[in-house]
Each structure stands twice: as C-alpha cells, then as structure tokens.
Design a protein around this ligand. Structure first.
Ligand SMILES: O=C(O)/C=C/C(=O)CC(=O)CC(=O)O
Length: 291
C-alpha cells in the first residue's frame, strides 16, 4: 500500500494513493489514523483498517493524486538518522584503503525537509550543494536493543531521500552536521511504501540518481556495507526507535563533489532519484531567497 502526507487548508492530512487517485482518509471513518505517525504506530490493525476503508471509499473522498500538494512522507519525524559511507563504491571513492567497520551515523533536522516536487534550496552562502540519492527506512514498531534477525519487523515502510549536502560547510570541520542541515536541502518522498510491496529490507533493488535526465549514480541496495537490519540493530543499541523515525541509509558513488570535475546543483536543475519497484522522487533546484 502507498500512503502520503498532503496539505489541505486545515492542515496536514493522510491519504492512500491508488494509481492517480488519492483517498483522503480524513473524509472516512473517524477511527482511522489521522497522520503518518499514527498509521505507523497502529501496526497491522491500522494497515487492515486503512486498506479496507480505501478500497470502499466513496467518490467524495477521492481526489486526483497529481493535484495534491504532497508533504514530506513523515512531515515532522522524531528522529532523522543518516548513514555515511554505506555503499562500497562510495566509501572507496572517498577513502580507497579504509572500509568502515561500523556504520557512521549523523543527524538531520526536520527543518531541512522538502517534499516531492518542492525545490531543493541552494543556500545564498554556497555554490556547493550536492545530491545524494538514498533509500529511506521508516520505523513502524518501537524498539531498543533490536536483534538483526528481528529488525525488519520494526520497519513500517520505505521511501526515497535526496540528502542534499553543502560540501564546503560539511568538510570545513570534522563533524558534518552543518553542511547536512541547511534549510530545504533534504527531499523526502514521494510516498510511504509498506514493506509487503518490496523484497525484505528493500534489498536487491536498483537505485539511481539523475540530474537533468543524466544518470549520475547507480547501484543496487545489495551494495550496502550495512544493510537495513544491521543499521536498525546498531542504532537501537544506543536509542529507542519510535514510529515515524527515519533512517536514511547512505548514498552510492557518483556524488557531485567526488566527480572530476566536480558537479554541483544549480538553480534550474532537476534531480530525480528512482528505486526499482517503488518509483521516483523528483525535485527542481532553486536559490534560497531571503536568508
Ligand atoms: O569523508 C568524506 O570525505 C566524505 C564523506 C561523505 O561523502 C559522506 C556523506 O556525505 C554521506 C554518505 O556517505 O552517504
């Protein structure tokens, strides 16, 4: 099942996409979840109730998907944890002799998020905005100290993330935080795909990034050094994972700053990330104004 968060005059809403039809769940039974985190926290019971309600939705609850103003899949996640150097080719393009023994985690703030079709913002203070196409994992069931062999039971769904990075700010200190947290640089969408629609751990799927139609990154999710169960196990050693938390699983080789010559995003570019069996996250690039 595919679910979206979308904007209406009275605030964020939750919808189910069926092809080019969007079912507005707020127009149906009052007992249905009101937002993405409530859906994720509701587990199998919420899934079954939403599926039944969507399949029987009257025309009054239906709108055209293409006319909806999407929001980031989870508009305000409790945590957004990103993974660095998680694809062999990318780790090698950065540091040829050192493959990491442990995943490198860093945090992103919800204030960086933009939705599908919204512009990724190139900040006024830098011309070094870079793309990073990534699989995003969204937690459904809470947990701490989750063993690898139970980790996938905690996944509520999958989506795509363009982990836009301002490279001069990222690399001028040993911590990457600032360059990873400019407003409007993290595209998250277009929709949540429930795990039943993809292979376990979303493994074995082709992941591509295109800029203005040109292929710049291509890998399969099997190339991750630390696959989804390993990431969930490692993170949950330190923190309780909650419904709606997002793990952004790292990017393949081909990022702009490692290319010769480097290739950064500029206003007017269009960046697309595609995951096999899932779909495409598409964002134009624009200058941030008024900073
Ligand atoms: O350490 C470096 O020189 C470069 C690191 C990265 O490119 C990591 C990054 O931005 C995120 C990632 O690997 O997914």
């Amino acid at each position: 099942m595919r679910l979206v968060s979308f904007a209406q005059n009275d605030g964020p809403r939750l919808g189910v996409r069926l092809g080019d039809v969007l079912i507005d769940l707020s127009q149906l039974d009052d007992s249905l979840p009101r937002d993405m985190i409530a859906f994720l926290a509701g587990g199998q019971e919420a899934f079954d109730a939403v599926r039944t309600a969507a399949d029987n939705a009257p025309p009054a609850a239906q709108m055209r998907f293409s006319s909806a103003k999407l929001l980031p899949v989870v508009p305000r996640p409790g945590k957004i944890i990103c993974v660095g150097l998680n694809y062999v080719d990318h780790a090698v393009e950065i540091s040829p002799r050192n493959l990491p023994d442990h995943p490198t985690f860093f945090a992103r703030l919800a204030s960086t998020l933009v939705a599908h079709n919204e512009p990724l913002l190139r900040p006024m203070v830098s011309t070094k905005l870079d793309f990073e196409g990534e699989l995003a994992v969204i937690i459904g069931k809470p947990g701490r100290l989750i063993p690898k062999n139970q980790a996938l039971a905690h996944v509520g769904g999958y989506a795509l993330f363009n982990e836009g990075s301002v490279r001069d700010y990222q690399f001028r200190t040993s911590q990457w935080f600032l360059g990873k947290n400019f407003d409007g640089t993290g595209a998250f969408g277009p929709e949540l795909c429930t795990p039943d629609e993809l292979p376990p751990g979303a493994s074995g799927l082709l992941l591509c990034t295109r800029v203005n139609g040109e292929l710049v990154q291509e890998a399969t999710t099997t190339d991750m050094l630390f696959p989804v169960p390993a990431l969930i196990a490692a993170l949950s050693e330190a923190m309780t994972l909650q419904p709606g938390d997002v793990i952004v699983t790292g990017t393949p080789s081909g990022v702009g700053f490692a290319r010769k010559p480097p290739r950064y995003l500029k206003p007017g570019d269009v960046c697309e990330i595609e995951l096999e069996s899932y779909g495409v996250l598409r964002n134009p690039v624009a200058d941030a104004l008024g900073e």
